[in-house]
Design a protein around this ligand. Structure first.
Ligand code: ZN
Ligand code: ZN
Ligand code: FE
Length: 764
């Protein structure tokens, strides 16, 4: 996010500085205090609703502000700085004011922060009173969002309200020079939360050495249900194939890879290739899962990463995890403690009921989790840090400040990978990742999250925004809301591209390119390979799509890439004997029936989905059988493209046909692949040429539309090779390319795009 600095020149005897952003609960005020003392300034610092206010009198005030902005304390983030020259009041000293004049701002809730280096160090000092204490924290680190009951962020409004501070903790808490000054979750073994090891029936187990017991159980292949920061997690030894398989099978989990926690960065480097950006992300206070290219030969059991070229790595995200990893010393599968398709379990009572068939033993504690938060997922793609799942460590930091007085909007997001967005006074807060709105439990979880956010932010919407999909589950959410509040419906792919436009403040007009699996189009068909003209004012206009083909068997087609390939062959009505042979092999006797369905249009809706086109090409490049999980075939295809310094291949040809809107015809792409298969061209080249052809397609549309800026959106852009190709191409033709980074490019970003679209589309 950009800093906005406005300076108003006036008699500069004093400076009044207002800073908005993530500056509360991170030790910002003590930091300012120390800095002001260094410059012998007088005045104050206090919290406001949206940030902090500084009053500075004395010689070095400008230098002090410069130093503050250029050397921010760990974990803080500035969104906006407002500096005013004012008449001096004649303060005698510099003070931290605890009460503040709460204006009509938006309270900023901080995300949960991984332990800082000082706390980690104290935890290993035998003489420290918090030696080996799993709930150590300070003003710079520790739980935040997951323990907040209400705002302002103050101990009585957190999950810590039931723990009375001991004398020593209180002394630290009240001393403005202490590094635990106003650390709301402050605790120690004497007064704070405690760990418990429990069996499935809730009986407490009290071994002589807790961590020895835990690691012995892991070594024996047991699955441990542990209450982490944002809810329960399931842990299993990542080096034992049988144990990992047991977890997969008990959880009913599809082929999706499991994330792996490692004790430290250098251990992570043994498992995956890490560049500077990836290391930085792993070490960041958000401590997300970072998808890194996996080394082929490691200690990891094959069942951890399955088919994936990537390994999802994570460092300890709390002192509890740090103690666990110190005792364990190698890689550990860490996955969310839920039944597949349901939200995380957050209480032991819940875990005992739902996870008893999965976990062999529970490691739990008595600090309640008030807001369930999953681990976040980030991937560095073509040099961009793309947040793919925005949860612990990120949510609910504001994702956007419009800087304008816009309507207060509540946006409900997409059906899958759902998030919610609340926009108040132009500040947009995005909820944590909430999951797929296909089980009633997840819908309830979304409703509850929404209600909590509304209460905490003292928010009531003037406008509600929905996807245009007439889906029942989304209606369920709707029933909760006020029928008096007007509703607006925004098309899925428009939301995708508007999200990117807003994130990067892209100057308009621009070309929006939205490529994903499926989204409901405003003509009732399934979209997913769409191009938009994004005007300076008003609505997006769809100008092109890829030529539609049938999804034979509906959802079955998304599962089985051969069906997509067959659909293309039937549609283009040209001879492709090589592809036919492969299809017959794969589909066997089923083929006839599938073909009849397609020809008669039975359960075979039209789609223009780029995701399904990827699936079809993956099949043509050797992918067989059903997809083990979402994105499986596309990842396979991306994985085939190797060695980036190869000669550029001649790309397959797209044809643009004019009509009401432009149709990008893939027939020649298909025929090109047929020829290459005949000529025994290696599949890695075919995959590469397909990617190149997509870059070409975007170039053709840029030139056709006569635009010089492009904004991307949709899950297909989680593809490093495609992004690199687009970067090179746009640079070459002198065009700006914008890629979603902080806002998920997948459906997790839809709620934000809906807010942006609503701001443009809606008039009171
Ligand atoms: Zn700390
Ligand atoms: Zn204490
Ligand atoms: Fe989408």
């Amino acid at each position: 996010m950009k800093h906005i600095i406005t300076t108003i020149d006036a008699p500069e005897q004093a400076l009044k500085v207002n800073i908005d952003g993530a500056v509360q609960g991170v030790g910002f005020r003590p930091f300012v205090y120390r800095l002001a003392t260094k410059y012998t300034l007088r005045g104050y610092v206090c919290n406001t609703t949206g940030g902090v206010e500084l009053w500075l009198e004395g010689e070095g005030k400008k230098a002090m502000v410069d130093e503050l902005i250029s050397h921010l304390p760990e974990h803080s983030r500035i969104d906006k700085v407002d500096i005013k020259g004012v008449t001096a009041e004649g303060y005698k000293e510099f003070r931290i004011l605890t009460s503040s004049n709460l204006e009509s701002g938006v309270p900023i809730m901080l995300p949960d922060l991984a332990p800082c280096s000082e706390c980690l160090k104290e935890m290993t000092e035998p003489n420290n009173r918090r030696y080996l204490y799993p709930f150590i924290n300070c003003t710079h680190c520790g739980p935040r969002y997951s323990i907040i009951e209400n705002m302002p962020y103050d101990r009585p409004y957190t999950a810590m309200k039931g723990f009375e501070m001991c004398e020593e903790c209180r002394r630290e808490y009240e001393d403005e020079k202490d590094r635990r000054f106003h650390a709301q979750p402050i605790a120690c073994p004497k007064c704070g939360p405690q760990l418990q090891l429990r069996d499935k029936d809730g009986q407490e187990i009290t071994p002589p050495h807790l961590w020895e017991e835990v690691t012995a159980r892991l070594k024996a292949g047991q699955i441990i249900g542990m209450l982490g920061v944002g809810g329960f997690q399931l842990l299993v030894d990542a080096t034992q194939e049988e144990a990992v398989k047991r977890l997969r099978q008990r959880k009913g989990r599809d082929a999706r890879p499991f994330a792996v926690m490692v004790p430290n960065i250098s251990y992570g480097e043994k498992l995956g290739k890490l560049n500077k950006q990836e290391r930085k992300l792993l070490l960041s206070y958000a401590a997300p899962i970072v998808l890194a290219e996996r080394h082929p030969q490691t200690e990891l059991a094959p069942a951890v990463c399955q088919f994936s070229r990537f390994v999802g790595l994570m460092l300890p995200s709390s002192p509890l995890h740090a103690l666990l990893m110190k005792a364990w010393g190698k890689s550990l599968v860490v996955t969310s403690g839920n039944i597949s398709g349901e939200p995380l379990c957050v209480s032991f009572e819940e875990a005992k009921k739902k996870l008893r068939g999965i976990a062999d033993v529970f490691l739990t504690h008595n600090r309640p989790v008030l807001r369930p938060v999953d681990d976040s997922v980030v991937r560095v793609c073509a040099g961009k840090e793309m947040v793919l799942r925005r949860a612990r460590g990120y949510a609910p930091l504001p994702v956007w400040h419009t800087g304008e007085n816009t309507a207060d909007i509540l946006a409900y997001g997409a059906e899958l990978k759902n998030t919610l967005c609340l926009s108040k006074n132009g500040v947009v807060i995005m909820s944590q990742h909430l999951g797929d709105m296909i089980s009633s439990e997840t819908v309830k979880h979304a409703q509850k999250t929404c209600q909590l956010l509304e209460e905490t932010l003292n928010f009531s919407p003037e406008l509600q925004v929905y996807d245009i999909h007439p889906d029942q589950t989304l209606k369920n959410i709707k029933h909760q809301t006020n029928p008096q509040v007007p509703s607006l419906y925004v098309q899925h792919h428009e939301a995708h591209v508007w999200a990117c436009v807003a994130e990067h403040q892209v100057a308009l007009p621009a070309l929006g390119v939205a490529w994903d699996g499926v989204g409901y189009g405003d003509d009732g068909s399934i979209w997913g390979g769409e191009f938009f003209y994004l005007p300076e004012n008003g609505k997006a206009k769809r100008i092109a799509r890829i030529k539609p083909f049938r999804l034979i068997g509906g959802d079955r087609a998304a599962k089985h890439p051969a069906r997509c390939a067959l659909s293309l062959v039937l549609q283009c009505q040209k001879d492709c004997p090589e592809i036919e042979a492969r299809l017959n092999n794969e589909l066997g006797a089923e083929r006839k029936a599938i073909e009849i369905m397609a020809k008669n249009g039975i359960n075979s809706p039209w789609c223009s989905s780029m995701g399904r086109l990827f699936d079809a090409v993956a099949f043509l490049c050797g992918f067989r059988g059903e997809q083990g999980c979402e994105g499986h075939a596309a990842m396979y295809l991306e994985g085939l493209v190797q060695a980036k310094n190869d000669e550029r291949e001649e790309a397959y040809k797209w044809h643009l046909t004019e009509g009401e809107i432009i149709e990008a015809d893939w027939s020649e792409v298909l025929m090109g692949i047929e020829r290459d298969v005949q000529n025994k061209v290696p599949v890695s080249h075919i995959a590469r040429k397909f990617h190149e052809s997509l870059v070409d397609l975007v170039r053709m549309l840029i030139q056709k539309a006569g635009l010089t800026r492009v904004a991307l959106g949709g899950g297909c852009f989680q593809n490093a090779f495609l992004l690199e190709g687009l970067e090179q191409m746009t640079q070459h033709i002198g065009c700006e390319l914008h890629v979603p980074e902080q806002i998920p490019c997948n459906d997790g970003g839809i709620s934000f795009g809906q807010v942006v679209a609503a701001n443009r589309y809606w008039q009171k």
